[in-house]
Design a protein around this ligand. Sequence first.
Ligand code: SAM
Length: 266
Amino acid sequence: MKTIIVSRSNGSSYSCSETNTQTLLKEPHRHPGVFVARGKEDMLVTKNLTPGESVYGEKRISVESSAANTGAVNGEAAPATKTEYRVWNPFRSKLAAGILGGLDEIFVRPGAKVLYLGAASGTSVSHVADVVGPTGTVFAVEFSHRSGRDLINMATHRTNVIPIIEDARHPLRYRMLVSMVDVIFADVAQPDQARIVGINAHLFLKVGGGVVVSIKANCIDSTAAPEAVFAREVTKLREERIKPLEQLTLEPFERGKPYQWLVWPT
Ligand code: SAM
């Protein structure tokens, strides 16, 4: 049993400049389904499931495979094809920050089924949906009706996202909508998050599945030192039979406040 812990800090200097698609090189990241756009600045990107559309105003990058690369059929050059990617900003997504910070395992990969607790308006969820692709599914749970409206709107364009406007403390209310999943991603920022993760894992997580938990120390106990809060949360997760795999801070993308863990149960 292993854990990844990531701490995150606040920042604003990450820029997603307009990219010259002619000079851009795109290559796979070591996490399947995640890519790196190499240009003047390297950027983390996901393959846009809905080409032509942004979700929250993020930059899109179109990469053309030249006819020469796509081969010839019956002596005729195949037409050039275009693939669109969306820039994944680590200042807006803890998972992107964790990937750039060097997470070894995220469990989110093409074809995976993901239970995402604390989906908010769906900005990070939309990238997770890009990563799992058309053969994967993201069950996105959010209890705020206000954020849920944006989440539902995003899901109307991404059919691999199932929006669930419910309290993650009561998974029995949505058990009819959720299948067994490969990974639970939790970012509810609640004092009882460990318990919330535990009850959802016991109901929905496949044997050998992964759990990725973002811990925001000051949301759990603002009076204690973050390291102490962190250690207590690890103990609580262990009591839920979820053991640490890896841990990582999210510097420089967030400073001081949250911590993010990647854990998996045995
Ligand atoms: N993961 C999101 C992202 O990266 O875009 C940000 C999530 S935000 C830190 C936490 C979200 O969890 C909020 O939208 C909040 O409404 C939601 N939340 C908190 N407690 C919840 C609960 N018990 N059930 C469902 N959603 C909850």
